[in-house]
Design a protein around this ligand. Structure first.
Ligand code: TXA
Ligand code: MG
Length: 318
């Protein structure tokens, strides 16, 4: 299959390009498009054959459920059994935006989307291109991150192309994504909600709106199936340094094994989130053997970054 990349104006997305994407979605094909977090690989969420293509293109394990993206709050009502007041509060505060909410699913959501679970993850992205594609398609769009399974999430169309060339018909190129790490996932199917994946919307921000189990994403049993897989990993080893020690010294220790690179030194948390996955991919291209990165404080966005780093790390120096 020929993979076409279509550049689009992120501020004023051209309608004919939105239509090009929507037509493919309507006919059961896959389209990669930007969201405010990372690029997604979308298919009509209500068409099980289309959704199946996502798993094949990514090489994604079938037991890892997908997020369903909507463009209008009304769309959620047909996808879930009920919308509890806590969900309403979160929706009002954070949608459109990088918060994925898990609720009990309705019958119209195919089992392949939820990997057989009786819950469904839903998110309304805050990105003009994504919202317009969903709206024009006229259906909710199931979309995981548009990387090959096991690779870091893509933050540009180029990353998507590296992973999915020949596997999908179209990539909508809206430039680099703004946030750079995936959405916060919160489970509202339990009595006390909990965060399954930390992201841009922080635990602290959510606590202000509803009561949630504290530090829930650190609990042993994985409820979000995707979190058990090795993720976000470049080929290079990753050394996370929390200890107050010079990174140069650590670098010297690893130089006998091959090329070593210190990444994102002295970047703030915002830029670290935005550029983390890009730096991982870049290091692999440069044949780096060991990546060294300073650990961040686990607060605010730092919690989400450390979650990704700890999953990818070969070693953490405390
Ligand atoms: O920012 C994002 O969330 C991006 C953009 C494209 O929206 N999407 C994304 O999707 O990161 P994905 O598939 O790479 O990650 C979805 C996560 C996985 O860890 C998956 O296991 C979890 O959400 N998930 C999905 N449905 C679930 C459910 N019903 N119960 C528990 N976890 C669920
Ligand atoms: Mg993913």
């Amino acid at each position: 299959m020929n993979t076409h990349i279509e550049k689009i104006d992120s501020k004023k997305p051209e309608i004919e390009k939105i239509k090009l994407a929507a037509e493919l979605i309507k006919t059961g094909e896959l389209v990669a498009f930007p969201t405010e977090t990372v690029y997604g690989l979308g298919a009509n969420a209500l068409d099980k054959n289309a959704v199946k293509k996502i798993f094949i293109a990514k090489g994604r394990p079938q037991d890892n459920p997908l997020i369903v993206h909507i463009s209008n709050i009304k769309q959620i009502t047909e996808l879930v059994r009920t919308i509890p007041p806590k969900a309403e509060k979160l929706i009002r505060k954070f949608w459109p935006g990088p918060l994925t909410i898990i609720l009990k699913k309705s019958k119209i959501v195919p089992n392949i989307v939820t990997a057989g679970l009786n819950s469904v993850a839903i998110r309304m992205p805050k990105n003009k291109i994504a919202l317009k594609i969903i709206k024009e398609s006229g259906c909710p769009i199931a979309a995981p991150s548009a990387n090959s399974s096991g690779k870091p999430s893509p933050t540009s169309a180029k990353h998507v192309y590296e992973d999915l060339d020949t596997k999908i018909p179209l990539i909508i190129d809206g430039g680099e994504t703004e946030i750079g790490i995936e959405s916060t996932v919160i489970d509202l199917t339990t009595k006390i909600p909990r965060i399954l994946r930390p992201g841009k919307i922080t635990e602290e921000e959510i606590q202000k709106i509803i009561k949630i189990t504290k530090k829930s994403h650190r609990c042993k049993k994985t409820k979000s199936p995707g979190m058990k897989y090795k993720h976000y990993s470049p080929e290079a080893k990753i050394i996370v340094v929390n200890k107050k020690i010079s990174l140069k010294k650590i670098k010297e220790q690893y130089e006998k094994d091959g090329k070593v690179k210190i990444i994102l030194e002295k970047e703030g948390t915002k830029n670290t989130a935005k550029n983390l996955f890009k730096e991982f991919r870049k290091a692999d291209k440069e044949k780096v053997k060991t990546i060294i990165i300073r650990g961040l404080k686990k607060e605010g966005l730092g919690t989400a970054i450390m979650n990704r780093l700890e999953k990818a790390a070969t070693k953490i120096i405390d």
